[in-house]
Design a protein around this ligand. Structure first.
Ligand code: NAP
Length: 469
């Protein structure tokens, strides 16, 4: 077996490991092993690539490995769980940049004029990679609060984007026709690069900060497609397969998120959701009636102490206050007191897919206690108490009842059907969609104001005091 055959055989094994690893990530019980399997596939791919005769310098590879390793380690240690979406945005961006550089390096390599195939895949790697890079940086800015999270809208925005896409097509075509050489080749390449960078920004501009997770999963998918194109540029099979896997899984995730919000991808990308106009549309006068009824931690304890069926509905506020550990403690206290406790998980609660699952798993909440929205909703009328922890949109009854609401049609957790609802939030802040929530005004709802973690500590303190008495 010659080296090339050996390398390609190892790449096939790596690809199989990636595919099985991904499949195993679909179930909590097998996810850890799935991760290990995929890592093994990546290790094999890296080792085999390093024995390739085309590797010209190990010095730069080792330098890159050391610098990247240090930065990666520092990020893993320092980045908080709530900052994960912006971290992923950056990683996607650099993935896009890497593919762009692969395409550029191939173009800059001295030699024959490029074939039509190679110049076409270079165009794809550069334009998708460039767009992913600047789009991801812009998304990072929005998510980290360095840029305003509000959608930036201006007249003729779609026309400007349309012109940029046209510019991309023209520059790409000129580059391919001229095989990247002559007077036109380099100019077309740099024009392509510039337009791709600008398009990345103008594409993300009109999308609100709250919709960024959907955008990030879309950018993740684009970074995969850019890697796939880069794989074709250097004819590397494992890069092609891995790029396809990232590209398609990103598309699937984007579709799942849009479905869970009952919105189309076009609505997420172009509607300016989260702007003052859309929020106002959901707050039309006369719909919100009733008054907010505060409850103290002592009275909340009294209600919970008597409860036998309790459902906890976590949302973005639980992530903000990092209340997952005290939530688990309170759940244990309720169980010791004879109550049955379950956690109702909405697919888009929080700000990234699986946000609540990750936080509750971090706090060692038993997986069996997590119940998906469709399974928990029929049980809601039997619940003595629903504790809503920093959730707002995902429990807003307007999504089911009010056709004028921007979130109309989004499936919700029917917390309002529980006998008593205790909502933990700091004040009158709206949810991500910016609209009011009728749930907070219902006769069976009580508001436990304050930071969720502090409020839960106060309630748990009452249980502890009871146990010690
Ligand atoms: P939400 O609608 O954003 O509401 C969060 C609530 O938490 C706010 O009303 C806020 O009220 C409260 N809060 C914030 N910090 C708090 C703290 N420290 N202590 C207590 N309460 C706190 O959250 P959600 O119900 O989880 O809904 C998620 C939203 O994000 C949905 O609209 C979904 O479509 C959208 N989204 C999610 C994803 C995803 O992948 N998960 C992706 C894109 C969009 P106060 O300010 O009054 O405290």
């Amino acid at each position: 077996m010659n080296t090339e055959t050996l390398i390609n055989f190892a790449y096939i094994v790596s690809s199989i490991l990636f595919i099985f690893g991904l499949k195993m990530l679909g179930r909590q019980a097998t996810a850890r092993r799935g991760n290990m399997l995929s890592s093994l596939g990546m290790l094999l791919a890296v080792v085999v690539t390093l024995i390739d005769r085309q590797v010209v310098t190990f010095q730069w590879i080792i330098t890159g490995l050391a610098v990247g390793g240090v930065i990666g380690f520092a990020c893993a240690r320092l980045i908080k769980m709530t900052s994960m979406p912006e971290m992923v945005a950056l990683l996607n961006g650099f993935g896009g940049l890497a593919s762009l550089l692969v395409g550029w390096a191939e173009y800059a390599k001295p030699g024959e004029p490029l074939s039509t195939f190679t110049s076409t895949v270079i165009v794809l790697a550069v334009f998708i990679g460039g767009m992913t890079f600047t789009g991801s940086l812009y998304a990072f800015g929005k998510l980290s609060g360095k840029l305003s999270g509000k959608p930036v809208l201006f007249g003729g925005q779609q026309i400007v984007n349309g012109m940029l896409v046209l510019g991309l097509a023209v520059a790409g075509a000129l580059f391919v026709i001229n095989s990247g050489v002559g007077a036109m080749g380099p100019s077309a390449f740099y024009a392509l690069l510039a337009v791709a960078f600008v398009l990345g920004i103008t594409m993300v501009m009109p999308i609100g900060g709250g919709d960024m997770p959907v955008v990030i999963s879309m950018l993740n998918s684009l970074s995969g497609l850019a890697a796939c194109a880069a794989g074709f540029v250097i004819l590397n099979n494992v890069l092609i397969v891995a790029g396809c896997l990232v590209g398609t899984s990103g598309v699937i995730l984007t579709i799942i998120m849009c479905k869970a919000m009952n919105r189309s991808i076009a609505n997420v990308l172009f509607s300016g959701f989260g702007s003052d106009a859309t929020a106002a549309a959901g707050n039309s006068e006369g719909q919100i009636q009733g008054e907010l009824k505060p409850i103290s931690a002592e009275d909340s304890f009294a209600v919970l102490e008597a409860a036998r069926q309790v459902v906890i509905v976590p949302g973005y506020g639980m992530a903000v206050s990092q209340a997952q550990h005290i939530v688990r403690e309170l759940a244990e206290m309720l169980e010791e007191n004879g109550a049955e406790v379950r956690f109702a998980i909405h697919p888009v609660a929080g700000r990234m897919p699986g946000h609540m699952n990750v936080l509750l798993a971090e706090a060692s909440v038993p997986y069996e206690q997590l119940v998906e929205m469709d399974s928990v909703n029929p049980q809601m009328p039997m619940m003595d108490v629903a504790i809503v922890i920093g959730a707002n949109d995902v429990v807003n009854p307007a999504a089911a009842r009010d056709k004028s609401s921007p979130i109309y049609g989004m499936p919700i957790i029917n917390a309002h059907e529980a006998r008593t609802v205790i909502c933990l939030k700091r004040g009158k802040g709206a949810g991500f969609s910016g609209i009011e929530n009728q749930l907070f005004l219902l006769p069976n709802t009580r508001m436990l104001y304050g930071d969720a973690k502090a409020s839960l500590q106060a309630v748990a303190g009452e249980f502890k005091a009871m146990a010690e008495a």
